[in-house]
Design a protein around this ligand. Structure first.
Ligand SMILES: O=c1ccn([C@@H]2O[C@H](COP(=O)(O)O)[C@@H](O)[C@H]2O)c(=O)[nH]1
Length: 270
């Protein structure tokens, strides 16, 4: 998907919501456990109930890897279901990969070619040759971890390296990479006040912003400090939406929770 198509969806739906498919067998409604593939059935019901309210879905790969081959099959069915039935939606493999170039190319092929995700999250720590193999894919997006939502972000990302915060170094260096127009960045909603500084370095890039809902980040602050002319934001909520209910009405309750966020987004976009 191109960035222009993503922006068009945001304007059309008046939403910059990304729904996180962090599907956990211990949290999904018990009546689904009798299904042959409970993870996929859960995802399918959530997607069918919420697709009109969001512009992106983000399965976190850890939740699928945790179930071995069954998890990978459920993930594969989920991405195929999305690409077949809702091709207008942006898809994010939240995998946080990155390795020596040779290996990064294999990761890129897995997520972009085999599974046909639109984007994948990447850790920047191994540098240029670990990131550029992902950037080589046309109309695919590499979402680099810049300033994450967790407390541990303060261990390294905010630390001064030769007088500059490490996350700023990540941003400034990454924009010099080949095909850097294919970069997006992760910035946690819990770090919303940093967004004005971040926008000085990457005014036009899209940001994936997790951390509203369960982690307590403020949607209003994210928009105030982070929105640009194209909106430029994908705000993610996972647990706050998909686990709104454990009962038979889980999908409707998820839609209700997604609608609340979409309404707030619509208001902010005006
Ligand atoms: O900085 C980061 C990067 C990724 N995540 C992921 O986003 C979701 C958040 O889930 P919630 O339930 O809405 O808290 C999850 O998959 C994280 O691994 C993040 O939270 N922060």
């Amino acid at each position: 998907m191109t960035t222009e198509e993503l922006v068009a969806q945001i304007r059309l739906k008046k939403s910059f919501l990304c729904i996180g498919l962090d599907t956990d067998l211990e949290k999904i409604p018990s009546h689904l456990l009798k299904e042959e593939d409970p993870i996929f059935e859960f995802n399918k019901a959530i997607i069918d109930a919420t697709h009109h309210l969001c512009v992106a879905y983000k399965p976190n790969i850890a939740f699928y890897e945790a179930y071995g081959i069954k998890g990978w099959i459920a993930l594969d069915k989920t991405i195929k279901y999305l690409n077949t039935n809702y091709p207008e939606l942006f898809t994010i493999a939240d995998a946080k990969r990155g390795d020596i170039g040779n290996t990064s190319t294999r990761y890129a092929k897995a997520f972009f070619e085999d599974m046909e995700f639109d984007s994948v999250t990447i850790a920047p720590y191994m540098g240029k040759d670990s990131v550029e193999p992902f950037l080589a894919f046309k109309n695919k997006h590499t979402i680099l971890l810049a300033l994450t939502s967790n407390k541990g972000a303060y261990d390294f990302q905010i630390k001064l390296i030769s007088g500059k915060e490490l996350y700023k170094e990540v941003l400034e260096t990454s924009i010099t990479y080949e095909n850097s127009e294919n970069l997006m960045y992760v910035v946690g909603a819990t770090k919303a006040t940093f967004l004005s500084e971040i926008r000085k370095i990457i005014p036009n890039s899209f940001l994936l912003v997790p951390g509203v809902g369960a982690q307590g980040g403020s949607l209003e602050d994210v928009y105030k400090y982070g929105a640009n002319k194209q909106i430029g934001l994908l705000v993610n909520s996972s647990r706050g939406i998909i686990y709104a209910s454990k009962d038979e009405d889980f999908a409707q309750k998820a839609a209700k929770s997604a609608l609340q966020l979409q309404k707030q987004m619509k208001k902010l976009m005006h």
